[in-house]
Design a binder for this molecule. Sequence first.
Ligand code: ADP
Ligand code: MG
Length: 325
Amino acid sequence: GGVAAGAAAAAAGLLVDVQTPITTEPIEAVYEFTGELGRGKFAVVRRCVEKATGKVFAAKFLKKRRRGRDCRADGLHEMAVLEMARDNPRVVNLHAAYETDHDIILVLEFAAGGEIFDHCVCDELLPEAQITRLIRQTLEGVQHLHHSNLVHLDLKPQNILLTHQSPPGDIKIVDFGLSRRLGTAGELREILGTPEYVAPEILNYEPISTASDLWSVGVISYMLVTGESPFVGEDKQETYLNVSQVNVDYSREAFARVSELAVDFVRKLLVKAPEDRPSAAECISHPWLSQQPAQHFSSPEPAPARFPRERCSGSKWAAPPEDPE
Ligand code: ADP
Ligand code: MG
């Protein structure tokens, strides 16, 4: 703690102030643990039931010591970001917080539908109308975060969950372990997510901005549409090379089952220069996402034209897709 440590954390884009009380009473007295939902390098997520209410939650156990270093501040940061995003319906809600000798425990709203990763594998791809709905929701969440100067920096299909599995419910963004607050002192560099999903500027240790999240939305969109990861290589080195050269295959047959607008959308996000990527708000108004699926109109009002040209002309979406190669 202390003022100096707080200032250093703030300069690194870490949040230090938390509002939710951190309980040191044994968590087992309040929740019954009923299985494991996920596991990373420094965290385990367990399904649990609040004994008093019978409500299901997900408890994320964050190790306070990692590689022999005190990382309690990282746990508090993740907690503070969730608090800042409390009014963001696309971000998982923080219900309570506990602390033991070893862990900070975040008790989170349970997303029962699992990861959208499960819909990024070849044999169970979603219909296009579902894909666009989930991407639109993801972008709403990202837009909301960016308005608060928060960047997620680890957006990937494993960190976008669903409220229900089948039919797919609404998305919930989780895992703010790598997220940062922008606009504090200095430039942000050197925060590394999974190479497959992170933007070239992150791999090259160049300044990080909200545009880095939009790259990841492009990767996620590609995966939901094609069932394949656009940049993954035989090894880490090959993946790095694919990302920094923006080596993407748009010729796949898998793109045949969706509208041409899908390719146009992904192409505009997977561009090397962060300043050339559209913002979350601009993405939401891309014709691929703004076209309304006809079956959702139950009112007697006539459905609007499917590709309203006037909405595209004059905007950055009017330009034809460019191929730098
Ligand atoms: P890590 O930092 O280890 O990646 P995450 O916060 O991403 O931790 O959680 C790991 C996994 O646990 C997620 O990918 C997801 O499968 C599961 N998980 C996390 N939070 C929830 C939740 N609120 N509801 C259901 N499952 C969750
Ligand atoms: Mg994760």
